[in-house]
Design a protein around this ligand. Structure first.
Ligand SMILES: N[C@@H](CCC(=O)N[C@@H](CS)C(=O)NCC(=O)O)C(=O)O
Length: 327
C-alpha cells in the first residue's frame, strides 16, 4: 500500500525544522542566510558579516602594571602567512628588527590551526569563538597575552622597541590623531571591507560593502597620487595595514570575494605604492601567494565548494615602482 504521508511529511519536516529554529515562517529566509554563511555565528539577520571581537587584550609592559613584563625571548608570535591581520604583525616585527627578541611560528594555511585552539583553551577553557591568528603567547605564564593585531603592532613599536630598532617610529606622535582616523577608515572600508563583501549572504549587503570598498580605494588612489606614502615620506603602521590588503587583492579578493570593480593593477598610484612597499627590505618574504591562495580558496568552502585554487593572476611586484620623486 502506498504511504501517502511520506512525501508531505518530508516537506513538513524540512519546513518545520527551519521555522522552529528561526522562530516562524517569515524568518525562514533569515535562517537560510545564516546557514549559508562561512561563519554563521558572525552573520547578521540582514546577511552582513559581523566580525567577532578579539578575545585577549592584555598588554606587555615595563612598569609592572600587567602580569606580562617585557623580556627578550619570552613571547612568541603565531601567524599564518595567508592572513592580512597576522602579516601586519609579522611586518612590524621585521621593520622594528625584533626577530631575535620575539619568536614566530607560521601555521599551515589549511591544517595548521589545531594547536592554536589549545592555546586559546589554555588561556580560557570556556573560549567558544573562532580561533584566529595573530596570537602573542607568553611562554612563561603559558597563556595568550593578546590576539589583536592593532595592540600587537603598538606593543612591538612601543615597549619592545628597546630590543629592536628604536629609530623606526610607526606611530609618530605629531600625526597621532590623523593616523588613528585614517587607520580606522582603512580597517573598516578596506581591510575588513573585502571580508564584508566576500562573506555577505545577501545581494544588498554585498553591494553595500563592495561599493564602499571601491569608494575608499578611489580616495586612497587620489591621496597616493601626490603623496609617496599615506603620510608623505614617512612609512607608518597605516601603510603596512593598507599593504596587507593590497598585496592580496588581485590574487584573492578580486575573484574569491567578488571585489571586482577594479584590480589594484588598474590603479596607477596604488599599484606603484604596493610595489614600492613590497620591495622594502625583508617584506617580500612575508608574502607567500601559495599560502594566501590556498587559505582563501580551500578553507572558505561555503564560498568555493570545489576548493579549486585558480592558477593566476600573473603578478610582477618586483617591477620598478617609479615613485622616487614623490614626497
Ligand atoms: N584579529 C582580526 C581577525 C583575525 C582573523 O580573522 N584571522 C583569520 C585569518 S585571516 C583566522 O585566523 N582565521 C581562522 C581560520 O581561517 O580558521 C580582527 O579582529 O580583525
Amino acid at each position: 500500500m502506498e504511504k501517502p504521508f511520506l512525501s508531505p511529511r518530508i516537506a513538513t519536516v524540512e519546513t518545520d525544522h527551519s521555522c522552529a529554529l528561526a522562530g516562524g515562517r517569515r524568518s525562514y529566509t533569515l535562517f537560510a542566510m545564516k546557514a549559508n554563511a562561512q561563519f554563521p555565528e558572525e552573520q547578521s539577520d540582514g546577511g552582513e558579516f559581523q566580525r567577532q571581537e578579539d578575545a585577549f587584550r592584555a598588554w606587555v609592559t615595563d612598569d609592572g602594571s600587567s602580569p606580562h613584563p617585557v623580556e627578550r625571548g619570552r613571547y612568541h608570535l603565531y601567524v599564518s602567512l595567508a592572513c592580512p591581520w597576522a602579516c601586519r604583525t609579522l611586518i612590524v616585527r621585521k621593520v622594528k628588527r625584533l626577530e631575535e627578541a620575539i619568536g614566530v611560528t607560521v601555521g599551515d594555511p589549511v591544517n595548521g590551526f589545531r594547536f592554536l585552539r589549545e592555546a586559546y583553551v589554555a588561556t580560557d577553557p570556556k573560549f567558544g569563538g573562532r580561533v584566529t591568528v595573530p596570537v602573542l603567547w607568553d611562554k612563561e605564564a603559558g597563556v595568550i597575552v593578546n590576539n589583536s593585531e592593532d595592540d600587537l603592532c603598538r606593543m612591538f613599536n612601543g615597549v619592545f622597541s628597546r630590543f629592536g630598532d628604536a629609530s623606526v617610529e610607526l606611530f609618530p606622535a605629531d600625526i597621532a590623531r590623523e593616523q588613528d582616523k585614517l587607520s580606522e577608515f582603512i580597517y573598516e572600508k578596506v581591510n575588513n571591507g573585502v571580508y564584508q563583501a566576500g562573506f555577505a549572504t545577501t545581494q544588498k549587503s554585498y553591494e553595500k560593502a563592495a561599493r564602499a570598498l571601491f569608494e575608499a580605494l578611489d580616495q586612497l588612489e587620489a591621496r597616493l597620487a601626490t603623496h609617496r606614502y599615506l603620510f608623505g615620506i614617512r612609512l607608518v603602521e597605516t601603510d603596512w595595514r593598507l599593504f596587507c590588503t593590497l598585496v592580496r587583492f588581485d590574487a584573492v579578493y578580486h575573484g574569491h570575494f567578488k571585489c571586482n570593480l577594479r584590480r589594484v593593477v588598474d590603479y596607477p598610484s596604488l599599484d606603484g605604492y604596493l610595489r614600492e612597499l613590497y620591495q622594502q627590505p625583508g617584506i617580500a618574504e612575508t608574502v607567500n601567494f601559495d599560502h594566501i591562495k590556498r587559505h582563501y580558496y580551500v578553507t572558505h568552502d561555503d564560498i568555493n565548494p570545489t576548493r579549486i585554487v585558480p592558477i593566476g593572476p600573473l603578478l610582477d611586484l618586483k617591477r620598478p615602482h617609479g615613485r622616487e620623486k614623490l614626497r
